[in-house]
Ligand binder design. Structure first.
Ligand code: SF4
Length: 299
């Protein structure tokens, strides 16, 4: 640790293969924290129809693991969150190319349905890639000599239920809560509840929405380290679950598996809020890759 570490010769090939595997595996194995949250929700559910839906979800999760099947047919928008250790000496252009190639290979070699089209012509390259897709977020962390890649295949049912508003400071935090609740209730069954509600507060309009999406990648039920924000997460979690929307919007005790908030400081005259919803499958998969090319898979 300490000085810069050059990556191994085959490092970019390892990144490519790993990104291919992350995409495929993320569609078949639901993260354990999500499974546990669904099991807990199923155990405390009191409505018959909701109990049946939970048992269907749990069966789909089991089939995904045991029979190597996709939990849901939607291959989503491929999104990567990449954290690069400050000690890693690497070629950023090669890293991006490796991630894109891995995405294309997942789609061709599995094969997966390519869900990505051009916005106007609706052309589909059948590669799950296109202009600015996959979406890759880069960040840097000090004192680390590895690259951490978190992948999420973002389903459209939940992505279509995304909301952003530039509130004014006079709206305060109550305006933020009202905006979240109005939109989550308005979304109803569309995002395939029970959902993980990601909320961004602060920043600029684009950062706020990115924070909302980033919030959905946290382990289900994790708390924001700021106790004031964690208290708002809990308040909104209880409020959303008191709506009775329930799994698939058919009524039930659990509408949200988790409510996560990420925040940034903002302009003196701004009060931005964004909501990005993850559906019940809340798929994600992570790989840590050392400079020598060693891969550790997780969630
Ligand atoms: S929103 Fe999620 S669960 Fe619903 S269809 Fe899309 S990927 Fe599947």
């Amino acid at each position: 640790m300490g000085g810069l570490m050059e990556v191994a010769q085959n490092f970019y090939e390892v990144v490519e293969t790993t990104c291919r595997d992350l995409y495929i595996q993320s569609l078949k194995e639901i993260p354990p924290d999500v499974v546990d949250a669904i099991k807990r929700a199923a155990a405390r559910e009191t409505k018959e129809v909701a109990k049946r839906i939970f048992s269907h979800y749990l069966r789909s999760i089991e089939l995904g693991q045991k029979d190597n099947m996709m939990v849901c047919q939607d291959t989503g928008i491929p999104i990567y969150w990449v954290e690069i250790g400050g000690n890693v000496r690497f070629d950023g252009a090669k890293l991006t190319t490796a991630i894109i190639k891995g995405t294309e290979r997942a789609t061709r070699e599995h094969p997966l349905r390519s869900s990505i089209v051009a916005p106007i012509s609706r052309e589909n390259r059948q590669t799950s890639t296109g202009e600015r897709i996959p979406i890759i977020h880069y960040d840097f962390v000090p004192d680390s000599d590895e690259i951490d890649i978190l992948f999420m295949p973002k389903g459209s049912g939940s992505e279509n239920m995304s909301f952003m508003r530039m509130l004014v400071p006079a709206d305060g935090i109550n305006g933020v809560k009202k905006f979240v609740l109005e939109n989550v209730v308005g979304a109803g069954a569309k995002p395939c509840p029970p959902m993980v509600v990601g909320i961004g507060i602060g920043g600029s309009s684009d950062l706020c929405m990115t924070l909302a999406k980033k919030a959905t990648t946290r382990p289900v039920g994790s708390k924001n380290p700021d106790p004031k924000i964690a208290a708002i997460e809990q308040e909104l979690f209880e409020a959303i679950n008191s709506t009775g929307i329930g799994p698939q919007g058919l009524g039930g005790d659990t509408t949200a598996l988790g409510v996560h908030i990420e925040s940034a400081w903002t302009h003196i005259t701004c009060n931005p809020v964004a909501v990005n919803i993850q559906c019940w499958r809340a798929e994600r998969r992570r790989a840590k890759i050392s400079t020598s090319g060693q891969v550790t898979i997780g969630f």
